[in-house]
Design a protein around this ligand. Sequence first.
Ligand SMILES: [Zn+2]
Length: 450
Amino acid sequence: MQIPFVPRSVAAMAIGALVIAPFIGGATAAQSPLSSTERSIVRSVDAHNGDALALLVRLVDINSGTTNHAGVRRVADILRAQFDSLGFTTQWVDGAAFHRAGHLVAEHPGPGPKILIIGHLDTVFDPDSPFQKFVRLDDSTARGPGVIDMKGGDVIALYALRALEEAGALDSMHVVVVYDGDEEDAGAPLSAARHTLIDAAHGATAALGFEDGAGDPRTAVISRRGDISWTLTTTGHTAHSSQIFTTEYGAGAVYEAARVLDAFYTQLSTERYLTFNPGVVVGGTAVSLDSTLSAGTAAGKTNVVADTMVVAGDLRTLSPAQLAHAEQVMQSIVRHNLPGTTAHLVFADGYPPMAPTAGNKRLLAMYDRASRDLGSGPVVAVDPSRAGAADVSFVANEVPMAIDALGLSGHDDHSPQETADLRMLPVQTKRAAILMYRLTAQTGTHAITP
Ligand SMILES: [Zn+2]
């Protein structure tokens, strides 16, 4: 997951320690709202929890920083063998075309509606990071690179499918698994890097993402803001500074850029869930900004009117409609130039928004029902301002229903304190398995019609 720059709530972390008790218990068989197949799914998850944890340790101990292609491939090979053993047809999609390791794809054909499962193999920790190994902290927690983001989620999806297979439910299911090798730092061109995932989503009824989300097992993600970048370039006439504001020389590039940014702020900054941040600025008479939009140079003089200014920023939106509206307003601001200047605004590829659609809410309701039926309490949607962009966003507009954050709970992902709550491993595996089972068993019913 790409983390938004939002401090994790202290309250949410405390919840992990204090309020988790209701998740651990379960209804007894006599009063269980689960069907007999569902109860055998639950038994299978419990029976294999030790194996699931051992696999998680093995995967975390392999460095798979995004740029460590061999490590990403080793993680993929281990998981691939697991999916092979469940009767999936597996495939490694080489990533040379987008300068990354590649993606693991596993498919189980069946008569049921197609369910897309999304994970990733890579982590943010490079081979030279001091954070490399799984360390058990106590009975219920462990620290490790990628333990929740998201090798834990990869293992949860796998063991949910294993339980479905043991219960005889997998035969009728159509499941496609895509574990990307470059979620934390997507390859370029982005269209090539995400082609496999988007292709797998075609015809799917639901997309299930196994990121760790907000780290609170009482929440799931049904909406993520999109995140794209933009570059504003303004020009003016260079001249002695004493001539600025004259009809002949005009206002110069810096005032024009300032006008545009001020109008962005004035006209758009109060719209809910919409943010745009000018992060880098270079202006003067000789400027450059590199292609990553993260470094540049500028030269000029206080007594010379600047002829160029370049501003690079991001734009986060909740829905495709909000994105389209923001782009349209920003472009119309850009057109009303100060005298003697031009302005040009370009939007780049990025993560599309995942809107909180009615379909996504229905899928959350099914997940919430599964959790309650398991005796693990309700699940509600996390506020989109606390959810960063992730791979599920690329398919959110391709499928009738999508949900994310079905993975392993914990806290402090993307940091050397990344910690998993191991008590949630079987709980979240059961919830995911029951959700997948019901998505198939309830085909055509009102419950899943988008
Ligand atoms: Zn992630």
